[in-house]
Write a protein that binds this ligand. Sequence first.
Ligand code: MRU
Length: 374
Amino acid sequence: MANGVELDKSLQSIRYNRGSLWLLDQRKLPLETVYLDIKDSKDGWVAIKEMVVRGAPAIAIAAALSLAVEVSNLGVFSGTPNDAASFISNKFDYLVSSRPTAVNLSDAATKLKEVVQKAAATASEAETVLQAYIEAAEVMLEDDVASNKAIGNYGATLIQKQQKDPKSISVLTHCNTGSLATAGYGTALGVIRALHEKGVLERAYCTETRPFNQGSRLTAFELVHDNIPATLIADSAAAALMKDGRVNAVIVGADRVAANGDTANKIGTYSLALSAMHHGIPFYVAAPLTSIDLSLSSGQEIVIEERSAKELLNSRGGLGEQVAASGISVWNPAFDVTPATVISGIITEKGVITKDETGSFDIKSFAQEVATYP
Ligand code: MRU
């Protein structure tokens, strides 16, 4: 990764023009706005692993575009169309190894590998395959914002419908699911933006989201930036907030949703869902269809990333000075799995997945239906 460049204060985590990719270094927010020049898939891998860019949709797009930049700047590729397809596939396998829990990255790998294999089947030159890859990676960036806006609309309408006072709604969210975690607008934070745009958001509450503080550093930054009425709470204040009757709904994002609706998301999501259930508050997951993994029957099969002990031992999620006692051992899972039983609905860009009469989500049928009638 090349040295950072200080640019204007912005919520754009991914800046791309064909042949160049700049990623906002989210480790430095909210104090500094520094973009890193990503020259190839190796830079992309490091940026994802080290949390320069994070959030399930953003890491998939950043990975795809880091490889697009590498391909754009390759010069002459000496090889057949099939060689070009294998080159892309191997690079993507490497990129997928950066972080395991978010399915969006492996979903992008599968789809983009299909694109290059299809192109290789008919192409007479490797260049055609590489060009097809670049164009498909660029479409991912364009599609994400539209998908998030649709999630925002479906989510805001749903939440409003279920409230006694649909004109004054307060929502609690966790981690960062906004412009910084996506190509723009956001998923759960997109729903909050949509409620605010409709003029019905009383207040958004965001948790700090220890240990990496995606909530206090990133979500709080986005909410203040957009002048959305918002309050930051310690993770441990969430149950008290709910007991006080200050929130009408909890809305979070997802890193991977299994076929039964069990959802992996930022550590602490499960506790919020249990608290919400206890207090009779609806708990929603907002996620694009690319976050759904129908190959897994339940959340038990989801691989949970464990991150460095340093994130707990030092302040600022491992980036600052030591705060914990030397010698203590640490368990630091980055995500947890919230069982479908405590999730009220899953908001996607194609509509809301609700439970059937048996109290289960039939995500497979939903996915089939929306694929047939786009
Ligand atoms: O470790 P992170 O910051 O990548 O975790 C992010 C989350 O858990 C988000 O809630 C999820 O990726 C959805 S982002 C739209």
